[in-house]
Design a protein around this ligand. Sequence first.
Ligand code: BGC
Length: 783
Amino acid sequence: MKNAIACIVTMLNILCLSAQTNYQSTAKEMIRKMTLEEKATLVSGKGMKLPGMNGQPAGSVVGATEDKVPGAAGTTFAVPRLGIPTLVLSDGPAGVRIDSVRKGNSSRTYYATAWPVATLLASTWDTAMIKKMGVAFGNEIHDYGVDIILAPALNIQRNPLGGRNFEYYSEDPVVSGNMAAALVNSIQSVGVGTSIKHFVANNAETNRYTSNSILSERTLREIYLKGFEIAVKKSNPWTIMSSYNKINGTYASENYDLLTTILRKEWGFKGLVMTDWDFIDGKDHVVQMKAGNDLLMPGTPNQTKAIIEAVKNGKLDENILNENCERILNIIFQSPAYKNYKFSDNPDLKQHAQISKTVAEDGMVLLKNNEDALPFKKDDHTIALFGINGYELIAGGTGSGDVNKAYTISLERGLDNAGYKVDADVRNMYTSYLSDEHAKHPKKSFFQELMNPTPPIKDYMPAEDLINKAAVSGDIAVISIGRNSGETRDRKLEDDFNLSDTERTLIKNVSNAFHAQHKKVVVVLNIGGVIEAASWRDDPDAILLAWQPGQEGGNAITDLLSGKVNPSGKLAVTFPVKYDDVPSAKTFPGKEFPAQATTDMMGMKQIPTEVSYNEGIYVGYRYYNTYHVKPAYEFGYGLSYSKFTYGNMKLSSSTFNKNITATLAITNNEKVPGKEVAEIYISAPSTNLDKPSEELKAFAKTKLLKPGESQTLTFNITAADLASFYTNKEAWIADAGKYTLKVGASSTDIRLSADFNLPTDMVVEKVHKALAPQVDINELKGN
Ligand code: BGC
């Protein structure tokens, strides 16, 4: 039997290989038949219908690609005479972003599922759950005629004010890389492609086209490249999107070190690299081609012209252009478009909505639960729901990470659906306030909103007697606080990271009134990124962090509040006590040089900016733990309605040879079923090099454990997990000495630990000198 399986696997591998070889030879043959104009047209795509871009109907050489999937972010050009179809590329990380209504077709809509945002996905710590979601997401991409989804996004959440943090997973590369790999593998298993983005060190939105990220090779390798490395090696994404910014002085899309030396030579990436959607046509397209950036998006006629001229005048070797084309063709050959897939335009949105709800429930984090305020008790029937956000849930962030969804379930609706009574006076007050506020702001188009966002509606302070009345007639209070953000702008400190005065007063007054009646108060946080919580968290009895949970959010939150589902999410980002505690607080979003400002194609000012990553590798918990700065809620933290014990830890050896296996058992000691996340941290010797006090190396979530049930988890630690990057040796080296493997319920709540020894230094991998900074960086060095 074993032999038969081995035989089938070998045959499948041979078939795969020959299919690949076949594509390659076909690509080479195809390139021999292509004219220079056709090649230059293939490498410059089409997307935005803005002046100066390839948004107009195609010229003589290329086929019409107009609107195969209206609302998709872009396409490549077809070459009909050679049977090369157009590839459709669509955003984004939280769902397929296409137009829901199409010209000339008023009879139907094309809504897409709004999945929970990436920060919530990371908080599940549940790669099996992400895979389940990925298959459904992949089917939806396929059914809507899209070939490549511009997702997942896995930049590191370096600073809480990052405007796109909701699109990203974590402050930690091991979480980010593994989550991205799970999503890529599952989406691609359906036969469509992904584009992991934004490669790399793109951690702020302010001046995003003109900022220069300045960081050391070690910081790049250990923090900012690491997640991408994991995702590339574990999941072979079809494509990668290079970021807008410069890295140590060179734009990502012009960066040979990044796109060829590291990505292709060291990591073995076989797919194509495309640019992010450039609205400033200031890059050198010849250099981009040479660097290995195969596809320029959204594409301009000038790019095509520049490439043709460069080949003619010898500035660009045609063989390089051929390689760029070959990589694009090899992806086209795998695509649904090439296989002439007859897409249904009819994904199973009902089933996908249910899956999105299950994922949402898996990633919400219970931050506080004094005296078991949650779940609701049997006689908690009437809920006094405060905060405008309770009546208008934020399913996900704005910009290209947004989705045209059929509906969003608010918390109000979720409570209604589950049979709770929402206090009518409080409800009427909020709904009439909201409808008055909406009337003041007419709806804008996607671009108008991107350039000039409608200011968020300010929360409303209900009159004291309304709160007091609700405290008498209601059984429990729920206060919902919301935050939204998105591309092109970072978040603000006041009234955003910090709560507004109205929000603080609301929490205080409602807490006082309900506590005077011996009733509980719960705060629900419907946010995409980290906020300040230390100054107000003592007021309510419980806090549920719902993140931006997708279109079924209100139903999912209700199921956690009611206890139908036991919370099992944990933080993949730290909540600091105050903004000044953030290690990058002083260097975010960077130092501007206004005298050199330019304007982008959308009319937005872009000021060259230098962002010095002075905190080095000490990002998130690596900083808070090493420097003993106590956060409000630490990385890896999250409560449950169950209590779990950790035990029976065994290491396969106390001396490290090629790897070490750790096994341990987790037991549910409560009367309710629940799931627990176990986090494996390593503390490494810092004899030769400063090291963070702990670094996450692996994690796993148990199945749903019944009361009293245990599960044994096994973790494999390899030499690569012990290694740090030595810049002077351009190598990953594991230092000889004592290592401690710690099993944490969070990054500070360590439940088990065991030591092992590495007898001699181990050079795990030699790499190239690449991406070196040209200036001195005054980096933190551990303590
Ligand atoms: C964003 C990308 C997105 C692209 C296409 C860019 O502005 O940075 O994340 O995929 O637009 O919409």
